[in-house]
Write a protein that binds this ligand. Structure first.
Ligand SMILES: N[C@@H](CCC(=O)N[C@@H](CS)C(=O)NCC(=O)O)C(=O)O
Length: 289
């Protein structure tokens, strides 16, 4: 579990915040995951939108809270929690009496292992979203943004120099120079195929990924699945049980309200899909599915 310590946090005002505060963005995947959890558990919280599209996550103020410059962040009575899966486990422990229990009966360590795997695939998700939602455009940060990002904030997590920023900077520099080539997209898609094959087996005799009840793992994978379906991943054809599991969860308002996309965005993605069909460059064709 990633844990910030006092010296990592330079924006000292948050240490005095009372109650539960979520720093997030309406359209960001990991933020959606947390909001679904909070909906299901019926937990009250205060919202702080970090406009990642305008680069607000690279501002001194935000990097002073999360040295990684990523959302979501939870501030709970002055303690700062980063990393969405760690935040989910933290909240489930704190609010175990509120709403349904979302820890699996199979044990926390199995869930932690599977959540760590989900987290490892985050850059692959980003790769496929950028490649198939916005084809032809190299995702990029404005001039000078990455230098500012590199130089701002404590740069430490748990008091130790943190390497996550390098991973993020490497992603943005690579895509700026090379875009997202077919081979990169194919490798990411194959990782998801392997992950979904495993999840599909979990649903053979169970309604949910970790057994008979909804857990944090279902919430985490629900968001990835939604994102990938929109990118053109053929879930129904390759993983029919995942498709049924997803469709069932999507009927629940706690889930569905977090994945509604603005009409304009849906039109843009549909237009991208048409273009990919014509060019023979859909996710299925690029990945060889
Ligand atoms: N492992 C992190 C990933 C967080 C992450 O990558 N957040 C994205 C939004 S989904 C972000 O802050 N992106 C801002 C940027 O890259 O500029 C978590 O699970 O919290």
């Amino acid at each position: 579990m990633v844990q910030l310590i006092d010296s990592d946090i330079q924006t000292r005002e948050v240490l005095g915040w009372k109650g539960l505060h979520l720093l997030h963005h309406p359209a960001a995947a990991c933020s959606k995951k947390l909001r679904i959890f909070l909906n299901v558990k019926g937990i009250e919280w205060e919202s702080h939108i970090v406009d990642i599209k305008a680069g607000a996550n690279y501002d001194e103020w935000f990097l002073g809270i999360n040295p990684r410059g990523l959302i979501p962040v939870l501030v709970d009575d002055g303690t700062v929690q980063i990393e969405s899966n760690d935040i989910l486990l933290y909240l489930e422990n704190k609010f175990s009496d509120s709403g349904p229990s979302l820890l699996s009966t199979g044990g926390v360590s199995e869930m932690e292992k599977l959540l760590a795997h989900e987290n490892d695939l985050h850059m692959d998700l980003r790769t496929l979203v950028f490649r198939f939602y916005f084809p032809g455009k190299s995702p990029s940060k404005p001039e000078g943004a990455l230098e500012k990002y590199r130089d701002t904030g404590s740069g430490t997590v748990g008091g130790v120099e943190d390497k996550e920023k390098d991973v993020q900077i490497n992603f943005w520099e690579t895509v700026k120079n090379d875009g997202i080539p077919d081979e990169t997209a194919r490798k990411s898609a194959l990782k998801f195929r392997a992950a979904f094959d495993e999840l599909e087996m979990r649903l053979e005799n169970n309604s949910y990924l970790l057994g008979t009840d909804l857990s944090i793992l279902d919430i985490a994978w629900f968001i990835y699945t939604d994102r990938l379906i929109l990118a053109g991943y053929p879930i129904a054809r390759l993983h029919p049980r995942i498709d049924r599991w997803f469709s069932k969860l999507a009927t629940h308002p706690d889930f569905s309200k977090e994945v509604v996309m603005p009409e304009e965005m849906m039109d843009m993605i549909a237009a991208a899909r048409d273009e990919q069909e014509k060019a023979g460059k859909t996710l299925s064709l690029v990945a060889g599915f």
